[in-house]
Design a binder for this molecule. Sequence first.
Ligand code: ATP
Length: 267
Amino acid sequence: MAPLLTLDGLSVFYGRRPIIENLSLTPITGGGVTALIGPNAAGKTTLLRALAGLVPAKGSIRLVGMASPAHPLELTGLPVSQHARHVTYMPQALPQRVALTVFEATLSALMSARSDVVLSTSEAQARALETLERLGILDLSRRGLDELSGGQRQLASLAQSLVREPTVLLLDEPTSALDIHHQMRVMQLVAELARERSIIVVIVLHDIAQAARYCQRIVVLEHGVVAADGLPEQAITPQMLARVYKVEARVEPCSQGFLQVIVDRAA
Ligand SMILES: Nc1ncnc2c1ncn2[C@@H]1O[C@H](COP(=O)(O)OP(=O)(O)OP(=O)(O)O)[C@@H](O)[C@H]1O
């Protein structure tokens, strides 16, 4: 059975200000990619950080189907180190310019994630190299993180998240610094890994067409509440775009059947 992530009555405050309010979702299933979209300041990053256990949240976040379906794992309130065994979060900010090579950083991300599993050095190295190869950055493996371009650093950071093979992978705008080739390559790889390893992937994106193309489910957040949730064609509609994004737009399939959003004007 693919794992499920359930969110029930989730609220997050910064000080006294509510950012996420009493949010519940039908379970998010492993094996597919769920996009979290919405306007600036809607609370997308805050929700991901709450799922990652990095900000305190009220309510319940549970992983179902891990050890036994009858005993879900409650993630809220779990110590960060235990939380990190199940959930990997890639923030928007690019990683620090540390003095490690791309390969060393990927290997060290794998070893820290798998401290409870015995992995031989050669096996760990092979996995790190495989991740770099699938991301198309094998040629960067010996380069220092401190000598990469912005897009290369984002790819190196993705390698560190993907190599961990977590149960839940949370990606905050992971393609924001990438050219269109690398955007597509990353989205394809994330979708493949989710399918191959039944990973629960939640990804924040601003590119709505990209979300529609690669994600099976779209959750639209507005002022910390869910404004739409469903298949791309159910969630991404001219009405939703007018109400939530304040734009007049058309939603049309292209010749290959992928949804395109054509924005006529800001309303
Ligand atoms: N550390 C913080 N302390 C106080 N308020 C915060 C903090 N981080 C975010 N906020 C506020 O919470 C709200 C939601 O921010 P968040 O970063 O979650 O939005 P977002 O949907 O990810 O936005 P964007 O698309 O612009 O990245 C905003 O009003 C923001 O100002």
